[in-house]
Design a protein around this ligand. Structure first.
Ligand code: FAD
Length: 415
């Protein structure tokens, strides 16, 4: 191997995303004398950060609770509480933050670019090289260190390694799951992998006529007679999937209930079935001489209004509203309260924001050091942790990165 292709470091971080960058900065802060490098497979670090929060970067949440996280890493909240508060961390990097009414924290600039720029300025100030175009393809543990080989024949020799290579979601941002497979080949246990924070697929036939409709409501996920979870917010219908933040937050259930998961949408959650029936009866009286197509016009957007009546009444929509029976009115009201869809799949990795599953929590100790390989730490989405929409995933990335960075540096200082 040519000498210029061999990079030496005390700590090497593979994966230059949110977790990797915060790990490198924290390692250097803990032990400034150490040489810390970041190796990133893409031509620049932090590309995914730029896409977060629709370009505004929802970087954390003021209401951090255990319930917001799923997966087999049991000490998520412990790690979050033992690392610097994200708002203070970014303030220290010169990024002012604000929170919206739901507690979602954004940079004051509402620009993901300002978050990434601040992180990269810090890397520069701390002399942490960003080695781009370096795709780690194998990790070899030697007697006195680790060698990481890249796809293009370069190598990094280091004493501690932090793997922060992300999961499978959003492959355009460098994450195609190969790093998780690399660890699996090393005998590391992984938990079932599935897209999360993603639209849920339902049959195209059931969605006919709803494409493009957006409506506020409450979505309940259930399996058989068991209610699994409920979320409220905007529901969006596409040609073959149901989307919107409330559905994104239910997508993690798919991996556990594949084939048995259904969604029920309540399109008027603030009203009872009886109240809705009364409203429809009143409207039916006023519009008696118009066609069924016009019945719910004024309550829902046209396509949704037509869809509901068509599905509930099952007869020509050019029949007059005056012909509606009491039974049919009840059917319409019932459909508004519980429009049910069987989930047939989860959307593709391209449309998913997060990976459910990953390297099992049982593979790391409380400091995110691997139990099988004491010189390797893990951080971020590579681990089996996924959070709800609302800043929880980036919070995990920053906090777990800080924990891995701090603990790996502390370990080296001992030797
Ligand atoms: C469109 C979109 C919007 C999102 N919005 C939000 C939001 O607003 N708030 C929120 O909390 N979360 C959001 N998320 C989720 C959040 O971005 C991720 O959970 C978080 O970025 C994970 O951080 P990470 O550092 O663990 O992994 P990543 O950010 O995925 O970074 C991993 C890095 O490792 C690199 N890499 C992979 N394999 C290798 C290898 N073999 N060698 C070297 N490098 C490698 C990748 O190129 C990548 O740069 C969003 C995700 C997407 C896709």
């Amino acid at each position: 191997m040519k000498l210029e292709n061999v990079i030496k470091a005390d700590i090497a971080v593979i994966g230059g995303g949110a977790a990797g960058i915060s790990a490198a900065i924290e390692a250097k802060k803990t032990a400034p004398e150490l040489k810390v490098v970041i190796a990133e497979r893409l031509d620049r670090t932090g590309k995914k950060i730029l896409s977060t929060g629709n370009g505004r970067c929802n970087l954390s949440n003021r209401n951090l609770t255990r319930e917001a996280y799923h997966g087999s890493v049991s000490n998520v909240m412990d790690i979050i509480s033992k690392t610097q508060k994200t708002e203070d961390y970014f303030r220290s990097l010169g990024v002012l933050c604000v929170a919206d009414e739901a507690g979602r924290i954004y940079p004051y600039s509402r620009s993901a670019n300002s978050v990434l720029s601040a992180l990269r300025m810090k890397l520069k100030t701390e002399n942490i090289p960003e080695i781009c175009g370096f795709e780690a393809v194998s990790i070899e543990r030697r007697k006195n260190g680790i060698t990481v080989l890249s796809a293009d024949g370069r190598q990094i020799n280091c004493r501690k390694l932090i793997a922060a290579c992300g999961g499978y979601a959003s492959p355009a941002n460098g994450t195609d799951g190969k790093a998780i497979k690399m660890f699996r080949d090393m005998g590391v246990k992984t938990e079932k992998i599935c897209p999360a924070i993603a639209p849920l697929r339902v049959s195209q036939e059931e969605l006919k006529g709803l494409k493009g409709v957006r409506v506020h409501g409450r979505v309940t996920a259930f399996s058989g007679n068991t209610v699994l979870a409920e979320e409220s917010g905007e529901i969006q219908f596409t040609e073959n999937a149901i989307s919107g933040i409330c559905v994104f937050n239910l997508a993690w259930l798919f991996s556990e209930y594949e084939g048995k998961l259904s969604l029920s949408a309540d399109l008027m959650p603030e009203m009872s079935l009886k109240q809705i029936e009364r409203i429809i009866e009143e409207t039916a009286e006023k519009r008696a001489l118009f066609t069924l197509e016009e019945l719910l016009n004024g309550i829902f957007v046209k396509n949704l209004a037509v869809y509901i009546v068509k599905k509930a009444v099952r007869r020509p929509l050019n029949d007059l509203i005056s012909t509606l029976t009491k039974n049919e009115i009840s059917e319409i009201a019932f459909l508004i309260k519980s429009m049910t869809f069987k989930v047939t799949g989860c959307s593709s990795w391209q449309n998913a924001q997060v990976t459910s599953g990953g390297i099992a929590g049982s593979e790391v100790d409380e400091n995110l050091c691997m139990k099988k390989f004491c010189d390797i730490y893990l951080a971020g989405e590579i681990l089996d942790v996924d959070g709800l929409c609302g800043g929880y995933n980036l919070e995990w990335a920053w906090s777990s990165g800080m924990m891995a960075g701090r603990c790996s540096a502390k370990e080296l200082c001992k030797t």
